[in-house]
Design a protein around this ligand. Structure first.
Ligand code: NAD
Length: 496
């Protein structure tokens, strides 16, 4: 067996990071974080409690007045230091991410790079935060709109991008002068432990950036605490809508909740096959399908059977060639699901698809996983003959499963996309600018791809989402994020 460079040795004792100190949680409940490829325990993780959140909010509130008065340029310089440290620890952080999540090392490197890009964008805050003004709105009277921080914000993160997701929010929130609390997923908290070690080394003043571990209780405490001004959530639609959006709003907080997805990739008969297939595979099976931007439904448009059979044959052969194993092994193309219940959930959907009459052309349950314990491993599956009303076509599976559907023409395909409750991402593959424009114009979802399989917005654009994929109005990242984390104040002046 190859000896791999695993940065986590033994079992870590995870602590909260509050007011610049590593502190024990007040909770007596702990959960084990496990490497899903080897099933070896990685850490003991506290499940957090209301007192932990109260301590973090106290620290963040206390740090706020001085941090707010720190000039934007000086605040940006802290992020330059953090960016340098992240570059120095890039490989280590990526390896931690693979160990706790299971994704391949290249996927982790991509995730960490995307996280760093958010830090880079935040270093531009002196320009990003500028307001605007107009002299002489009436004779001798001037008006200006300025942007000010509000106080303490918090992020509640999902398991599937343990490093990147909190960085969609924290850098802009803190660079605009707010103070912050990160609540990582209890399943994958260790990438954030690494980040907070680097935050500490970068020298951010105590209380400016804090971290509390755990699950339901600390989230409730964040939602109810009057000192928390706003919440950024990323996770499932059920929790995002029924818990986060409702409760945050009922406690008068700002909220942005980025939620579940069911993404359609539409293949027109004039798509370029050679460049389309690799992008498809990465979209459906990258991160073992555990991405909110993952392809879920593949819609073949038209009745050109030769094109459709040739295309699907290529997809199937390429999928069969995907190498599965421990993501730290270079060359492995797909890791395990992140945890045993996540694999079980996908297996249940596969059974449901078979029961509802779809044909399983490739059965991921029969895959070889390179000699690792099978607990979390599952190969890619492809269903054909899927109808739009089948469960596997409607619900988020969040695993490596492709459902192939057929549409008579582009209008039918757009109709299928728009009939979904979700509206996170959809892509069209075509050689026609006319078809692409119609798709972009009519499709009801927030992130639209043209000849792109995974529509991941860069840090300087908003990460959009519609319908049950997003609750709120201002999205994460980009200018939306600057507005979410600031209050617009209008000043009108006359000096007689
Ligand atoms: P989840 O909803 O189970 O958990 C998300 C967060 O909510 C975690 O921090 C968890 O501790 C907390 N939480 C869970 N149950 C709670 C409850 N009852 N009360 C209060 N807090 C609770 O989601 P997950 O399984 O970690 O993540 C996967 C989901 O996230 C998928 O649906 C995926 O599509 C979605 N996601 C969306 C985006 C996006 O940008 N739209 C990005 C990544 C993931």
């Amino acid at each position: 067996m190859v000896v791999l460079d695993e940065p986590i040795k033994g079992v870590l004792d995870v602590r909260n990071y509050i007011d610049g100190e590593w502190v024990e949680s007040g909770s007596e409940e702990y959960r084990e974080a496990v490497n899903p490829a080897t099933m070896r325990p990685l850490a003991r993780v506290p499940m957090g409690c209301t007192e932990d959140v109260e301590a973090a909010v106290d620290a963040a509130q206390e740090a706020f007045p001085a941090w707010r008065r720190t000039t934007p340029l000086t605040r940006a310089r802290y992020f330059f230091r953090l960016k340098d440290l992240l570059e120095q620890h890039f490989e280590e952080v990526s390896r931690v991410c693979t160990m706790e999540h299971g994704k391949t090392i290249d996927e982790s490197r991509g995730e960490v790079r995307r996280g760093i890009e958010n830090v880079e964008v935040a270093t531009g805050i002196p320009s990003l935060m500028m307001g605007y003004n107009l002299e002489d709105i009436s004779t001798g009277i001037d008006e200006a709109a300025i942007k000010q921080p509000l106080g303490v914000f918090a992020c509640i993160a999902p398991f599937n991008f343990p490093f990147m997701v909190p960085l969609w929010f924290m850098p802009i929130a803190v660079a605009t002068g707010n103070t912050y609390i990160i609540k990582p997923s209890p399943w994958t908290p260790l990438s954030m432990v690494k980040l907070m070690e680097l935050v500490d080394e970068a020298g951010f003043p105590p209380g400016v950036i804090n971290m509390v571990h755990g699950d339901v209780e600390p989230v409730q405490a964040i939602l109810e605490h009057p000192g928390v001004k706003g919440v950024s959530f990323v996770g499932s639609s059920k929790i995002g809508r029924d818990v986060i959006y409702r409760e945050a709003a009922s406690h008068g907080k700002r909220v942005q909740a980025q939620c579940s997805a069911k993404n359609f990739l539409v293949i027109m008969p004039d798509a370029d096959v050679e460049s389309t297939v690799p992008g498809l595979l990465s979209s459906f099976f990258g991160n073992a399908g555990q991405r909110c931007l993952a392809g879920a439904n593949l819609v073949m448009v038209g009745d050109d059977e030769k094109f459709i059979d040739g295309f699907l044959g290529k997809v199937q052969r390429a999928t069969q060639g995907i190498r599965i194993g421990y993501g730290l092994e270079e060359g492995v193309q797909m890791g395990p699901l992140q945890a045993v219940p996540r694999k079980q959930r996908v297996m249940d959907y596969i059974e449901k698809g078979v029961d509802e009459g779809a044909s399983l052309m490739l059965d991921g349950r029969k895959y070889d996983c390179g000699g690792y314990p099978r607990d979390c491993f599952l190969g890619p599956s492809i269903f054909q003959g899927v109808q739009p009303n089948m469960t596997i076509a409607k619900e988020e599976i969040f695993g490596p499963v492709m459902s192939v559907l057929h549409a008579g023409d582009l209008g039918d395909a757009i109709g299928m996309v728009n009939a979904s409750n979700y509206g996170n991402a959809a892509s069209i593959f075509t050689g026609s600018g006319k078809a692409a424009r119609r798709f972009q114009y009519e499709v009801e979802c927030g992130n639209v791809g043209v000849n792109i399989g995974t529509v991941a917005p860069m840090a300087f654009f908003p990460f959009s989402g519609m319908k049950d994929s997003f609750y709120g109005d201002l999205h994460g990242q980009g200018r939306d994020a600057v507005d979410f984390f600031t209050e617009r104040k209008v000043v009108i002046q006359r000096w007689p």
